[in-house]
Ligand binder design. Structure first.
Ligand code: V47
Length: 358
């Protein structure tokens, strides 16, 4: 590509970037230029609003049949650090979340060898009975595929069962990076990119909105990043079912890829800004603070992110076990609002479908 500002001019005129232009920008654009485009794009879409919510994560178990090389969370049954919550333990957590006024419970965990669709449907019904007004966002595509297969239930039927048990939406995990060669190196046993897409498409077709993620900062190339974003943009053109995109920065503590250095924060800014301008059809971009740390998540609000995620209430271990700065992540809404407002934005509480709450 010739002129440095060619794709930039295209963005300003409201046209969609091609893969080639996006790749050029990711490789060649100055950070300020890329940041400015993402800023303009986000302001056009959301003004100065930045969203947050009141949520907890529930990680019922870290016992997992897979050994993804980037994962610091999974353990074999019987390991000293393995956990497997009982129903009453889960009940306690839901009760405490209710008394904290949460509006969302995000459930993900290890792919437990003994748990199938019926186990999880019963868990969802139980939680929904206790907390009928709370949105349940649950299970990565990889967990869903395993539980459907184990119960010998076809995907659409599986979603119908989970939806009637209380599933409201599906989180974005398990996407990692869609290039199959890299996937084989970082998570050889995990389902393919095609499988991840198939599950999300089926969720959308069954009226269940989902999120999408991308694990970056490990072995992937700039081409792999653009490929990943492009696959998501194409599916979104067909279904419109993605609410939010969440780039997840690879953290290197205590896993089988620990030899890889973490990328510097300047790379995070580029990934977020580029994602914002390329994914013109996915409304929200989340800076997930428990993974990134509060200062970096705050900075990313000026590079296209418009969602800070939530209060968390010290309920997730995936990222603290992987080396994230936040060892017991939790914030009050007051603290979240202060961070957002200090960066010059309008802190706006949302529900899980991005309706504003007063
Ligand atoms: O798929 C695991 C990632 C994901 C590491 O939908 C790691 O709102 C970095 O998807 N370094 C699960 N990342 C979490 C997830 C998520 C998180 C927050 C919000 C939402 C949402 C979804 O966590 C996994 C994997 O990509 N992950 N280990 C690690 N060492």
């Amino acid at each position: 590509m010739g002129k440095a500002d060619k794709p930039g001019r295209k963005i300003i005129s409201g046209k969609r970037l091609t893969e080639e232009e996006a790749l050029w920008l990711l490789k060649n654009s100055g950070l300020a230029e890329l940041g400015q485009m993402a800023w303009d794009f986000a302001r056009t879409k959301h003004g100065l609003k930045v969203y947050y919510n009141r949520n907890i994560h529930l990680e019922p178990t870290n016992i997992c049949v897979f050994r993804c090389r980037f994962c610091s969370f999974s353990r074999d049954a019987g390991h000293a650090d393995a956990w497997d919550m009982s129903r009453s333990e889960i009940e306690e957590r839901v009760k405490s979340a209710l008394s904290d006024g949460v509006t969302e419970i995000h459930i993900v965990g290890g792919v437990h060898p003994d748990r199938d669709l019926h186990y999880y449907a019963s868990l969802l019904s139980h939680i929904k009975q206790m907390a009928p007004g709370v949105h349940i966002k649950a299970f990565t595509a990889i967990e869903l595929n395993y539980m459907f297969k184990k119960a010998n239930v076809e995907v659409n039927e599986g979603f119908r069962i989970l939806k009637s048990a209380g599933l409201d939406s599906v989180p974005g995990g398990g996407a990692e990076i869609f290039n199959e060669n890299i996937r084989k190196q970082i998570c050889p046993e995990k389902g393919s990119a095609h499988l991840w897409m198939k599950i999300h498409e089926a969720a959308h077709v069954n009226g269940i909105p989902t999120n999408a993620t991308m694990l970056y900062g490990h072995l992937e190339s700039p081409e792999d990043i653009i490929h990943h974003l492009s696959v998501l943009r194409n599916l979104q053109d067909r279904t419109g079912g993605f609410n939010c995109f969440i780039p997840l920065k690879y953290r290197n503590y205590n896993n089988l890829l620990s030899d890889l250095e973490e990328k510097p924060w300047i790379y995070d800014l580029r990934i977020f800004a580029l994602s914002r301008i390329f994914l013109d059809n996915i409304p929200h971009l989340k800076a997930y603070w428990p993974m990134l740390g509060k200062p970096l998540a705050a900075l990313l609000l000026s590079f296209g992110a418009n969602d800070f995620d939530g209060t968390i209430n010290d309920s997730t271990r995936i990222y603290s076990m992987a080396g994230a700065e936040e060892k017991n992540p939790g914030m009050t809404t007051h603290e979240i609002r202060q961070i957002i407002e200090r960066e010059g934005f309008i802190a706006t509480e949302r529900d899980s479908l991005y309706n504003e709450l007063m």
